[in-house]
Design a protein around this ligand. Structure first.
Ligand SMILES: Nc1ncnc2c1ncn2[C@@H]1O[C@H](COP(=O)(O)OP(=O)(O)OP(=O)(O)O)[C@@H](O)[C@H]1O
Length: 246
């Protein structure tokens, strides 16, 4: 579903992503974890080419994104939704207006835009909030609107950059249930960056631990975790119940 081949991202002389090859099969909820500065957000943004790789290849759903023209890339991006820690809603548009804006941008058939937007708002449980403005919503509600907006073009992949990091534990749990629904009911492959181990353990089916721009380990998640060790990346692996040499 998602394949990165020897992807490098440099900012000047500094290597944010250092020769990463990674395969994420369809239907996974794949976590990306690692300490601050490990390259998690950069890696996520390379998947939809919000960051252009310095070298290497990004393949999503059989399409080599790194070889597309900008017009073809715009089309391919409709199948890759994204949500962010800070929601990024448009403040002067209503809830419905925010979802409609995405459909307009994607040139969705005009006469079906409102019904499609309402369908997505119903999916996240916010159809009654269509006329509210973002400032009138809680953080969890804002993230639901962002999810509805991301789903509006029926993506096959949803990229989530720290989607619960601004939320309290109860709201975090609610949003994770919505993301689980997105994965299970809609069959959307999810890639989720988080620094919260509990988030990764509760929702991810597989995980990549990054260390200094490299893949330290990729593995399936298991519910058990074992005590911390000195190396931070190894700590993440062990908390996830994995074995570096497995
Ligand atoms: N636009 C940029 N220009 C220059 N350097 C950047 C840019 N974006 C990221 N970097 C650098 O690339 C490295 C990886 O950053 P990235 O944000 O991907 O890490 P992260 O693991 O997501 O960190 P955090 O958990 O703190 O968000 C860091 O050293 C960062 O300073």
């Amino acid at each position: 579903m998602i394949q990165l081949n020897s992807v490098v991202k440099k900012y000047g002389e500094s290597l944010a992503v250092d020769n990463i090859s990674l395969h994420i099969p369809r239907g996974e909820v794949h976590g990306i974890i690692g300490q601050s500065g490990a390259g998690k957000s950069t890696l996520l943004r390379l998947i939809n080419l919000l960051e252009i790789p310095s070298s290497g290849e990004v393949v999503v759903n059989g399409e080599v994104l790194t070889r597309l023209t900008s017009k073809q890339l715009r089309e391919a991006r409709k199948k890759i939704g994204m949500i962010f820690q800070q929601f990024h809603l448009v403040g002067n548009k209503t809830v419905l207006g925010n979802v409609l804006a995405a459909l307009q941008l994607a040139r969705y058939p005009k006469r079906q835009q409102v019904s499609r937007a309402m369908e997505c708002l119903a999916f996240v449980g916010l159809e009654d909030y269509r006329d509210r403005y973002p400032a009138e919503l809680s953080g969890g509600q804002k993230q639901r609107v962002a999810i509805a907006r991301a789903l509006s073009t029926s993506p096959e992949v949803l990229l989530c950059d720290e989607p619960t990091s601004s939320l309290d534990p109860n709201t975090t749990a609610e949003i994770l249930r919505v993301l689980e629904d997105v994965n299970k009911r809609l069959g959307v492959t999810i890639v989720l960056v988080s620094h919260e181990m509990d988030v990764v353990k509760s929702i991810c089916t597989s995980v990549t631990v990054l260390d200094a721009g490299r893949v330290y380990q990729s593995m399936p998640t298991t519910p058990k975790g074992i005590p911390a060790v000195d190396n931070t990346a190894e700590y993440f692996v062990q908390q996830l119940g994995g074995n570096r040499h497995a």
